[in-house]
Design a protein around this ligand. Structure first.
Ligand code: ADP
Ligand code: MG
Length: 232
């Protein structure tokens, strides 16, 4: 399904957001790297899925009722075998928060290469239209609010300036023993999200909020490992 069809399907199902699998298909359509992934409904479907993916794998709960999957016990990384994936599904299904939620299924995906976590977001301003945001992952966004915004569409120069504005910009270059994160890969991803023919401009009528949290940036690639799109 293409982006428009995924959005239409979600609306038909009375959903206010795309599920993570659909969100990642949308990103992939715009050339943004996402992990190889599949969805399963139950442990019985794991053998077939496992054969198509390269471990280590990540298992995630898919539920319209669960926004922060980790907080609900709905993310398990580093799974090496079919048995580990099945066990993880059973453990998740037994957790109280997940038991209480509507479950669409389970997302199984490959691990992204190690790197630094950043966040790319989008939202729609009633006057200015789509805005794009970038920040460093984890505490930098959540506690320090070290983020930078622009009105879409952004140019390459805008994307570069957004990164320069971050107080923690030096960290991307590899401070304190961290591996450097590819600046070119981040700029490229920002343009694919917020540029002239980017995702936010193209779907301005449908997407009211976008959240890639995190995108994992190694010295050569930027992979979106979580994706949430809220439909307006
Ligand atoms: P949530 O934000 O809903 O808790 P995420 O999908 O962001 O769930 O996963 C939580 C964390 O697990 C991420 O911040 C990231 O550190 C790690 N993670 C998730 N998916 C992957 C992946 N495919 N490869 C590597 N790390 C991952
Ligand atoms: Mg996340």
């Amino acid at each position: 399904m293409n982006a428009k069809e995924l959005i239409t399907q979600a609306r038909t199902q009375q959903r206010t957001a795309l599920d993570e699998h659909a969100g990642k298909s949308l990103l992939a359509e715009y050339g943004i790297a996402v992990p190889q992934s599949l969805t399963v409904k139950n442990p019985g479907e794991v053998d077939a899925a496992f054969a198509k993916l390269r471990p280590p794998l990540v298992l995630k709960i898919m539920s319209p009722d669960i926004l922060h999957k980790s907080d609900a016990g709905g993310v398990k990384v580093g799974l090496q075998s079919v048995a580990e994936v099945k066990d993880a599904i059973n453990a998740m299904a037994a957790s109280p928060q997940i038991k209480a939620a509507r479950i669409d299924g389970y997302l199984i995906e490959e691990m992204a290469p190690a790197g630094q976590e950043i966040v790319i977001g989008g939202l729609r301003d009633p006057y200015f239209g789509p805005l794009v945001m970038v920040g460093l992952g984890g505490i930098f966004v959540e506690v320090l609010r070290d983020v930078s915004f622009r009105i879409c569409p952004i140019t390459r120069i805008d994307a570069e300036e957004m990164l320069d504005e971050l107080k923690g910009a030096a960290i991307l270059a590899g401070a304190r023993g961290r591996k450097p994160a590819s600046r070119a890969a981040i700029v490229d991803a920002l343009l694919k999200v917020g540029g002239e023919n980017g995702l936010l401009m193209t779907h301005a009528d449908d997407i009211s909020e976008a959240d890639i949290n995190p995108m994992i940036v190694s010295d050569s690639a930027a992979v979106a490992v979580d994706a949430r799109f809220i439909l307006g």
